[in-house]
Design a protein around this ligand. Structure first.
Ligand code: AHR
Length: 531
């Protein structure tokens, strides 16, 4: 067969490619050279005593008519298991620096009702006091049921190193050692909780105490020194910067590590907690459904990469051995008010397709930087900011972002595969002009003979054809799924249910290579079986 006729026949057999038309993007993968493991902990969750996250969202109480396991909403637990949730960060957030853990143990009916940091933010008349019905034992029960590891953020803002030590001993000491262990057993849990991940405060530059980086470094040293090492090796997470600040908050990173340097290796943190919320930069100028808002959010999400690189460089000046890695323990799109479930569900917002694309772009960045990132937690899992679920009473819905976590699950604990994307940038309108945005972005990983490639096409207008070339390997089979909707602003809501769900996508294997067409405003996940 002549070359032209051959190409014509191949193209005719490939979905989405018109005969004679070159693919829009060429993706080169090198599965023979896998890199570091993508920690499962990158796919973590953040839950805070805020609005409807814990109460109603997760905790419905053992007496509730809503199906539950020991008071925990059953559907939530089941779905968390289904996506292999690796960890939960709790109890905050800003709540953490006002939380005294002893209020949340012992018989529930005798626990005190205490002030919640967020009380001042809910509308007048809405009771947001803390019942303490969900405390340490309930949190650990949730983690155990979901198969997730606990990550506890300790109280630095209004607590003491002694209170921190007391909590760690209560969680981790075996019965027969210190009296905190006996107390835990008397409260129903003889088996130690084995909490390894401890956050030393939260946003200490803001709601956690309004400190300067050097002041926080002093606090961090005091807390870290009091960690009782006898029963459980810790993974200590220091408060990192606020990536949303216009200057990226590099002075926090520099100031904190300066404050640690020269004080001994024993207190050096294992994790550094970067927070990055994507908020619309020009909300006054465009409405929720405008292309400008769409691209503004996605361009800002893609900046996560630069943020990681900039802070990593500063960290490296103080930590040449790279003992500290990022814990991006709050990230997500923080939408302006207007789509709340109700007044008591503070910061709840609709779960739409655009935010799912943002989540996918972010997770792809985390995968590509797997060497730098130990953990990450989306904020927040249910009923708050960039949620995977919305729930109210007996109503419950999965957002499109939940499905991104489902599609990306094969990346967990897989080895990162180098990815080369040959595709020109889009020039997208963001309000004040145009900015570049990758026309297709993604990440790849390998587990045994299975290669996973995830891709995002952010364009509101054009589908993207892709030719996936494997260097040093041959594809024998490819299966793909896509998350999209005819309306790019489609949302999954409690009233209407799930409008946006994954669907199969055609992927063709020819000559050991894969071709597919990623529709506009879509996330695609391709699983390739290698020869
Ligand atoms: O996630 C909501 C709040 O945002 C958290 O409590 C705080 O850490 C951040 O500012």
């Amino acid at each position: 067969m002549k070359r032209r006729a051959f190409l014509k026949s191949v193209a005719a057999a490939i979905p989405g490619l018109v005969p004679g038309q070159a693919p829009d993007a060429e993706i080169v993968l090198r599965p023979a050279e896998p890199g570091p493991e993508i920690s499962r902990h990158i796919y973590g969750q953040f839950i805070e005593h805020l609005g409807g996250v814990i109460y109603d969202g997760i905790w419905v109480g053992p007496g509730s008519k809503i199906p539950n396991v020991d008071g925990l909403r059953k559907q939530f637990v089941d779905d968390m298991k289904r996506i292999g949730t690796p960890n939960f960060r709790w109890p905050g957030g800003c709540f953490a620096d006002g939380y005294h853990w002893r209020d949340g143990i012992g018989p529930r009916e005798r626990r005190p009702r205490t002030y919640n940091f967020w009380q001042a933010r809910v509308p007048k008349g809405v009771d947001h006091t803390e019942t303490n019905h969900f405390g340490t034992h309930e949190f650990i029960r949730l983690c155990r049921l979901a198969g997730a590891e606990p990550y506890i953020a300790a109280n630095v803002g209004s607590g003491t190193p002694a209170e921190f030590q007391d909590w760690v001993l209560y969680c981790n000491a075996p019965v027969g050692t210190v009296s905190q262990a006996r107390e835990r057993a008397a409260n129903g849990d003889a088996e130690p909780f084995r909490v390894r991940y401890w956050g030393v405060g939260n946003e200490s530059w803001g709601c956690g105490g309004n400190m300067k980086p050097q002041e926080y470094a002093t606090e961090y040293r005091k807390f870290a020194t009091q960690y009782p090492l006898a029963y459980q090796e810790p993974f200590l997470i220091a408060v990192g910067p606020s990536g949303g600040r216009p200057d990226g908050h590099l002075e926090w990173t520099r100031g904190f590590f300066e404050g640690l340097a020269g004080h001994g290796a024993g207190i050096w943190p294992h994790g550094f907690g970067l927070h990055y919320y994507t908020r619309p930069r020009r909300s006054a100028k465009h409405d929720r459904r405008s292309p400008e808002r769409w691209y503004d959010i996605l361009v800002a999400g893609a900046r996560t990469e630069k943020l990681l690189e900039d802070h990593w460089q500063v960290m490296g000046e103080f930590d040449r051995e790279r003992r500290t890695r990022f814990v991006v323990d709050e990230w997500g799109v923080w939408q302006p008010p207007g789509t709340e479930i109700g007044p008591q569900y503070l910061f709840s917002q609709e779960g739409n397709l655009r935010d799912a694309l943002h989540a996918a772009i972010t997770l792809d960045i985390f995968n590509r930087h797997a060497d730098k990132i130990a953990m990450a937690q989306i904020a927040q899992t249910i009923n708050c900011i960039h949620s995977l679920f919305l729930a109210s009473g007996d109503r419950f819905v999965r957002t499109p972002t939940y499905y991104v976590f489902e599609l990306y699950r094969p990346h967990m604990d897989a080895r990162r595969v180098p990815i080369g994307l040959r595709v020109p940038d889009l020039k997208v309108p963001v309000g004040d002009g145009d900015e570049p945005l990758a026309a297709l972005s993604g990440s790849a990983s390998l587990k045994e003979r299975r290669l996973t490639l995830t891709l995002v096409n952010p364009s509101l207008e054009a589908d993207a054809g892709a030719l996936i070339r494997l260097e040093g390997a041959q594809a024998v089979e490819a299966r793909a799924q896509v998350l999209t909707h005819a309306d790019p602003h489609a949302a999954n809501t409690l009233d209407k249910g799930e409008a946006v769900k994954p669907a199969p996508l055609e992927a063709a294997v020819t000559g050991g290579q894969v071709r597919l067409r990623v529709p506009r405003h879509a996330v695609a996940a391709v699983e390739i079986r290698l020869a």
